[in-house]
Design a protein around this ligand. Sequence first.
Ligand code: ZN
Ligand code: ZN
Length: 207
Amino acid sequence: MTYRVIALDLDGTLLDRQKRILPESLAVLAEAKRLFPTKKVKYVVNTHPHFDHVAGLVAFIPEGITVITDDNNKFFVEAAFSEPRTLLDDGLARKKKAPKVEGVIDDFVLKDATRELRLHHVDDLEHSEGMLIAYLPAERILFTADFDPPLKGRAVDASIPILLKTLDRLKIDFDRHVTVHPLTPDHLMTRDELLALGRAAEKPAQE
Ligand SMILES: [Zn+2]
Ligand SMILES: [Zn+2]
């Protein structure tokens, strides 16, 4: 499966859907360091606590990088990465570093003089009670995990109207929607395409 990651030069921030496989996460971290060689990576953002978004945090925690996650996941992330790791010889097993975790209750803003990253909790979502979405207002980019278009022949997931309601409430204005699991890796979803999915989701099933 292909995954998308955004690295931000925001006084050292990395925004990432976590990789399922450790080598991929280590590669993400190495690439961030290559792109911003003079900066220290301070944060990694975890969108929600499902395994394919959490497992890769193990690459970042031994480096002392703070995990930002929805406050509903704070206890889980702290507990999961504080347990003894006896089966995997990974960086955390070797360094035994306590995870640094910050919980986002509703909204959270990271910014420097030129750029801003906003994180928002999504309410009433069946997929996860601990879901964050990210928004880059200057770049007009929305970044989400698991709000995906349906596979061919399937109905639009009920999470799409909830995402649209959240964007409305927060007055998030964007041009591109970067999804973590892209069906079409070469194409970034546009705002109109997301709105069209929302309309399709509202249609009664018999139509
Ligand atoms: Zn998920
Ligand atoms: Zn996922």
